[in-house]
Design a protein around this ligand. Structure first.
Ligand code: BTN
Length: 242
């Protein structure tokens, strides 16, 4: 596994997009990003102390929906391990949840966001995790870092290595292991029993939906109030209201 570390670049996803020759699983790490990107064109605050990294894989079998969820699963596993090791109390890591399509939450605060982008035959996986950083600007009330949870500082590069290592190891068996991964993701879903509203063009709709599950195709399944049939979405902007 090859790692390239930059003190500062615009965005590790953009770096991979521009440098076609970078090989599968070669990891681009930034200590800071000047133009970190989140989903739906949002800005990703990219201060020192956070894990900010990207790598790419070949999309051999139309793996995109699976990869999005799978990358969240690998981050979940490693963060859970760190919380278990450092808090020595099973209940603490119970607070760690997977939020479809690929965010990780601790209680009601976001600790990790993932941006997967398909570029030609490759998928770029960009991961941002709050590790030692604790200034989240306007998101202060809605974000948390691993060091805030555990009360100590961590080696950011060590955590990145563990995540990419696990990803690479399990990636080869992704199709075979898919049911098991999905079961885990559904069991640890932040959206379990939650009521949501759908957002379109940044406007929240009136209708309320209850989260049901994530299906085998990686789609979110919801039931709308008064509906007899469930609705499934491959991609969706939404807000949890209850
Ligand atoms: C989100 O939750 O909106 C996704 C955030 C993804 C942020 C990471 S940080 C490393 C990589 N480079 C970027 O510009 N974005 C991703």
């Amino acid at each position: 596994m090859k790692f390239t570390v930059f003190e500062e670049i615009d965005s590790t996803n953009d770096y991979l997009r521009k440098n076609h020759k970078i090989e599968e699983f070669e990891v681009i790490i930034a200590k800071r990003q000047t133009a970190g990107r989140g989903k739906r064109g949002r800005v990703w605050i990219s201060d020192e102390g956070a894990a900010l990294f990207s790598f790419s894989v070949k999309d051999k079998e139309n793996l995109q929906e699976k990869i999005t969820i799978f990358s969240g699963y690998t981050v979940y596993e490693i963060l859970k391990k760190y919380i278990d090791e450092n808090l020595k109390n099973d209940d603490f890591s119970e607070n760690l949840k997977f939020k479809w399509p690929n965010d990780i939450y601790y209680q009601d605060k976001k600790i990790c966001g993932i941006l997967c982008e398909k570029i030609r035959e490759n998928i770029i996986i960009g991961i941002g995790i709050n590790i030692n950083n604790n200034d989240f600007g306007i998101f202060q009330e809605r974000a948390v870092s691993l060091s805030e949870i555990c009360g100590i500082k961590f080696s950011v590069e060590e955590i990145i290595k563990e995540i990419v290592f696990l990803f690479e190891k399990e990636f080869t068996n992704l199709n075979k292991e898919w049911e098991r991964i999905l079961e885990k993701i559904n069991e640890k879903s932040y959206l379990k029993d939650k009521i949501i509203k759908i957002k379109k063009e940044n406007k929240l709709g009136e209708k309320i939906y209850r989260f049901l599950r994530i299906d085998r195709a990686g789609k979110i399944c919801l039931i709308g109030k008064g509906d007899t049939e469930e609705s499934k979405f491959e991609s969706l902007d939404f807000e949890v209201i209850l």
